[in-house]
Design a protein around this ligand. Sequence first.
Ligand code: ZN
Length: 495
Amino acid sequence: MFNSKAHRPRVRFPLAGIFSVSLIAQAANVDYFTDNGFGNVSSTMQHPTGQYYQGTTYLAYQGPHEDSYVCAYNHAGRKWSGPVLAGVSLMGKTPDPIDNSELDNHGKPAMMVDVQGYIHVVFGAHGGSPLLGVNTLGTPAGSVRGAKLTHLVSRKPQDISSWQVLDNIPPFGTYPQFVQTDSGDVYLFYRHGAHRSDWVYQKSVDNGRTFAPEVSIIKHKPQAASPTTHDAWYAWFAKGLGDTITASYVYHPCANPGHTSARHNVYYMQLNCGNGSWENVAGEHLSVPVTKEYADAKSLVFNTGTDRCNHGTCRVDAEGHPHLIFRYAKGQVRYSRWTGSVWTGPTAIVPDGGSQDGDLIVEFPTQVRVILASSGSSRGEVGWWNTADGGQTWSKQPPLLSRTGGVFGIGALVENFIPSGMFIVSETVSSQHLYKKMMLMGRDGPVKRPEEEADIAIKNLLEIMKSGPLKSGSTQVPVVKRSKKQKKEGRQDEE
Ligand code: ZN
């Protein structure tokens, strides 16, 4: 059994009947719930992208034109709804590019369902635009391509059909991440602009209707010795034990001139939501925002030296001790946990391979399961890696998905997940366009959907492509069919 206690289900539910979903494979059913995922649709960085709430798993993802789409799956009724266009991205292009480098891909949505059942989506920005005001906590992107961080909420609880904009957050954020506490307080974390920006959070005690001002927690600044390089960061936040929130982060030396994608070191700290104070893993109070020097002294997990690493994900065990994975050079994924006195390892879960990303479930301090999507040169896979000895050794489980030439993306675990809907995977199906098949993965594999409901984008595209290869910027717009009802109800209203 999966132990989802680390995700602290707010709603208890009957499990009977749920496991049989993926066994009802009818001839006309397919593994994906839609084929209109678009671009770099899956990442753990913007999260959650799914949440289970009262019998239904709600999912948000980047669709055509980098717009935000939402689907929902009712587990007992085995019924999908959507995709619904929830919000239009100002970063999107029409027609849809066929070259991924023409996409921004940073405006992917994060979502949550609040305690009243309203569904929230935050999306659409890569630092915002200078046209939208002065960013006192970071640098805006250099052009309107930075667009605008936008907060949508469903008009009705547990209903994805219509949406409104809540104009209650600054426009500058990148990488939005929601964390809800057991009491229902909502924390929205994000980087307050482009690279050279602080990481901040804003707290809401009224289900996201209003937010307190930004609290800066990780500081960007010029390096003293080399002021053309700024200290910059990539951070990942999740619910910890009780009334705490974990923050795991990596360092980015942001040089200009000579900019690179370098990222180094792994750091950890946590928020005590009760009094708003931050602590390091040993419980020592931290002054925020933390600087590079302060973080090196107080919150360092692992010094990578000159090696490159990248952020991963972090979950806690029943003691509240963090377990984290991060991506390392040459496709490695490494793991470390806090034993109560030291950080272990880190050890390589995957010794080498292609690009990897994923999330983890901590069943016991020494028993951890990591779900990874990998895209090597010849084969793409999605599957579990398990340890029963505290992370010293890892065993690869038979993959849930494995495709020659396949490329998979993965998001963080569905918040409050149940075994029949644990995480989202996107699959690249062609090098000729950027549409992706989207799958909700359960314990035993993908949750099925009738083909006629799931095939939205690619069939149309292939019809168009019969007359010749697509050209970027051509007028051969791959039309995404939506019903009149969806068109009417899916419209984004400015309010
Ligand atoms: Zn940079």
